[in-house]
Design a protein around this ligand. Structure first.
Ligand code: ZN
Length: 204
């Protein structure tokens, strides 16, 4: 399967998981010097290989399809972490709920309820709130990039990696951890900083 076909399939998968409702959520993938993005205005579950927008690594677009308005954040990840081949951005409800509780700021990361979340996702910074597609959101995002994932206050989550399998695994682990935090109530015990540091040395 080529990269555009893979993107369509991942979009369908995310949609069937209840993520990417309506036209929210967007994904992208890198194929050597090319980056393919889901287009703006198309539900993530209805992507077609011909409908994807495509740019080079500098962000110059090479076809007439209009990319998601959040394309700048995708490009920022590819530029900062050149080993990235796949990016998922969705708006998972439990992750958003936890960002609303923690807020954003220097050294503020998503609390983790389980060791498996820390080992798979690492530390997940939370970028400050700004309207979707705005230059303020992009700037805040660039200043709070995590190694494998970055949350957006009141908005959602970016996960990324070498493959879509990796990005999907990180997404599932973070959303599951945040769901447990919501179920336990925000007073529930999350992992301490010392416990987290031990786990970070044994990442999956
Ligand atoms: Zn978004």
């Amino acid at each position: 399967m080529n990269i555009p076909e893979t993107l369509s399939q991942i979009g369908t998968q995310l949609s069937s998981m209840g993520l990417g409702t309506s036209t929210s959520g967007n994904i992208s993938a890198r194929d050597d010097e090319k980056i393919y993005y889901s287009p703006t205005g198309t539900p993530i579950g209805k992507l077609t290989p011909d409908g994807l927008a495509m740019s080079d690594l500098s962000g110059a677009f090479k076809n007439d399809n209009k990319p998601t308005k959040e394309w700048g954040m995708h490009l920022a990840v590819y530029q900062k972490f050149p080993e990235t081949n796949a990016i998922i951005h969705v708006h998972p409800v439990h992750t958003i709920a936890v960002t609303m509780r923690t807020g954003s700021g220097t050294n503020i990361v998503l609390p983790a309820s389980t060791p498996q979340c820390v080992m798979r996702a690492g530390l997940v910074p939370i970028a400050p709130y700004a309207p979707p597609g705005s230059s303020e959101l992009l700037t805040g995002f660039k200043n709070h990039l995590g190694l494998k994932a970055t949350a957006l206050l009141n908005h959602g989550l970016f996960t990324y990696g070498l493959t879509f399998d990796k990005a999907m695994g990180i997404l599932e682990e973070i959303e599951e951890s945040c769901r447990i935090i919501c179920l336990a109530g925000f007073e529930g015990r999350t992992l301490t900083q010392a416990e987290t540091e031990i786990l970070l040395k044994r990442k999956m």
